[in-house]
Design a protein around this ligand. Structure first.
Ligand SMILES: [Zn+2]
Length: 232
């Protein structure tokens, strides 16, 4: 026949994509793109009562599994790989209505996943806002003289999700004083001092920080002591 014997590891109905031209041994139609071996003789799908099935190519595991679940009659489509000396799955034949139902189930899943992702994103957004608000409040508690707008900006910057910035660290999460002060120092450095210009002009980070240290100290002292006059 020139058709290798049917593959052992594949159970259930097996339909073969022949490598050579084959004719149906019952109705003589041919060449056949798909056939079933009955007692070693090729049969077309119509003669094998599988003509009403549709081919779902391999690739979508969930859709394949569900299509077979939904289909009263289904078959695995295989083709012989000469180089590897074995049959390989090409897809499945299933009832069209079953494929439609399976596609609907997969789409419903995708829609459910999309909605869950949107819910998660909204919840994270709310959490982020609450965290940034708490962070800003803590900044203002430690630095009452810090303008509220600056406190909000520093907190928002430090709270950006996935940024690895101080607000996102474990210490920042717990709103430790050290973490809040670090965020404020970073904010002051970039906004109230020529730190960035120094870095851009090639000054080393260490030297730049040394040069701006008095300016940073000054701003922090001013913000810490709002409403309190230094008594000499
Ligand atoms: Zn036939």
């Amino acid at each position: 026949m020139g058709i290798p014997s049917t593959p052992h590891p594949i159970h259930g109905l097996v339909v073969i994509q022949p490598l050579k031209h084959q004719r149906c041994s019952a109705c003589r139609r041919g060449p056949l793109s798909l056939l079933v071996l009955e007692s070693g003789a090729p049969r077309c799908l119509n003669c094998a009562d599988l003509g009403h099935l549709v081919l779902l190519p391999r690739g979508d595991t969930a859709l394949t599994r569900r299509s077979r679940e939904e289909s009263a009659l289904s078959a695995v489509v295989v083709r012989f790989n000469r180089r590897k000396g074995r049959y390989e799955r090409q897809g499945v034949l299933v009832e069209e209505a079953a494929l439609v139902r399976a596609e609907e189930r997969c789409l419903a899943d995708a829609e459910a996943r999309r909605r869950r992702r949107a819910r998660d994103a909204r919840r994270r957004g709310v959490e982020d806002e609450r965290f940034a608000a708490a962070f800003a409040a803590e900044i203002l508690r430690l630095f009452p003289g810090c303008p509220a707008e600056r406190a909000r900006a520093i907190a928002a910057h430090a709270s950006v999700r996935g940024s690895g910035r101080v607000g996102r660290s474990a210490a920042g999460r717990a709103l430790s004083e050290g973490a809040v002060i670090s965020a404020v120092v970073a904010g002051v450095r970039h906004v109230d001092t020529p730190y960035d210009q120094l870095l851009m002009s090639g000054v080393s980070r260490y030297e730049a920080r040394r040069r701006i240290a008095p300016a940073v100290e000054g701003v922090l002292r001013e913000w810490q002591g709002a409403g309190e006059e230094d008594v000499g």
